[in-house]
Design a protein around this ligand. Structure first.
Ligand code: UT7
Length: 325
């Protein structure tokens, strides 16, 4: 049994200034605003400026999360950063952010679980906190997917955007229960047999290049709905909670049709689903904390609300989590 539960003390996010609309994309590849909206729900996405790196987006989101928590970098014991688009092969982008925010203690490392990265990072930080090995942790999802897109491939380049989101977790005594604030439960899965359906065709060891994202979209789509629904059923079942206990569904933002498909299967009403995909596209590991921050900022998500979150990404990796805010 845990000795500590991980309470969300603050959330922050950052989107790069440049916005790329569907009409802009229609000038670059054979696509249209109508196709992109109908098939994905995406209207526009943010793109990092030249020289603006994943660590820069992450640093801004982290500083905002620290401010929201009323804590300082020096209070952090741990920094876990989820990304599939690190600044460099090494050092970890997490240590670059650690230096940027002025955190000169504790430890920092990256996690690569692509679009499920934030769930993996949060569960990892939760484990350190639960065992008392960290009191305060920064969990960040940050991506510059614009750098790994093939801008001539209309089947992928219209889907993704850049951004970062961060959450400060603070340990509070006591195991996670149903009523207290904190991460109630999380469930992670992966299955490497599906690597060929969503991957980047380059890397330091295999090609000595950065490579481009490749995806068999409609196959990923089918797996996403099935696996995400199953992992949500699992976290609810494990905790004895039901969909009616959930105040807000904050899913990974890959495609409006996936969000609707999963919500319909589970009987989650539209009014309880937080969606940012129209304005941000798919920001991979950043999408969950970005959506969380959006709904906190606009007053929807409040302290004590039960939030359900999920993701599926390259690997495949997938999972779900329940958080009492
Ligand atoms: O976050 C990580 C997980 N990723 C996801 O969850 C993404 C999952 N997949 C999807 O969101 C969808 O499969 C896509 C949005 C990628 C594609 O939608 P779809 O309804 O599965 O379309 P499709 O791939 O079956 O393609 C349908 C048609 C094809 O043309 P033909 O072969 O029917 O003539 C494509 O070539 O649409 C064509 N197409 C496009 N047309 C205009 C594909 N991309 C585009 C485009 N503009 N951008």
């Amino acid at each position: 049994m845990s000795r500590f539960r991980s309470v969300v003390a603050g959330v922050g996010s950052y989107l790069p200034k440049k916005v790329l609309s569907n009409d802009d994309l229609a000038k670059m590849v054979d696509t249209s605003d109508e196709w992109i909206r109908q098939r994905t729900g995406i209207k526009r996405r943010h793109i990092a400026a030249k020289g603006e790196n994943t660590s820069d987006l992450a640093t801004k989101a982290a500083n905002r999360a620290l401010k929201a928590a009323g804590l300082e970098a020096g209070d952090m014991d741990l920094l876990v950063l989820a990304t599939a688009t690190p600044d460099l092969t090494f050092p970890a982008t997490a240590t670059i952010v650690q230096a940027n925010i002025g955190m000169v203690r504790g430890f920092a490392f990256d996690i690569n679980a692509v679009c499920s990265g934030f769930l993996y990072a949060m569960a990892t930080a939760d484990s350190f906190i639960a065992r008392g090995q960290a009191r305060n942790a920064l969990v960040i999802g940050a991506e510059t997917f614009s750098r790994i897109l093939d801008w001539e491939d209309r089947t992928t380049c219209v889907l993704f955007g850049d951004g970062a989101g961060a959450v400060v977790l603070s340990g509070e005594p006591g195991a996670p229960g149903m009523g207290e604030r904190g991460i109630v439960h999380s469930y992670l899965r992966s299955d490497g047999r599906f690597a060929d359906l969503l991957y980047v065709d380059g890397g330091p060891s295999k090609t000595q290049t950065v490579g481009h994202l490749r995806m068999s979209g409609n196959q990923v789509f089918r797996h996403a709905i099935t696996n995400i629904s199953a992992s949500i059923a699992k976290v609810l079942d494990d905790t004895g909670l039901t969909v009616t206990d959930v105040d807000w569904f904050v899913p990974h933002q890959a495609n409006q049709r996936i969000l609707e498909g999963v919500s319909r299967r589970l009987g989650i009403p539209d009014g309880r689903v937080v969606t940012t995909v129209a304005e941000q596209g798919n920001t991979s590991a950043a999408s969950i904390p970005l959506a969380l921050d959006t709904a906190i900022q606009d007053g929807r998500i409040k302290k004590g609300d039960l939030v359900l979150t999920e993701a599926l990404g390259g690997g495949f990796t997938w999972g779900a989590a329940l958080i009492r805010m």
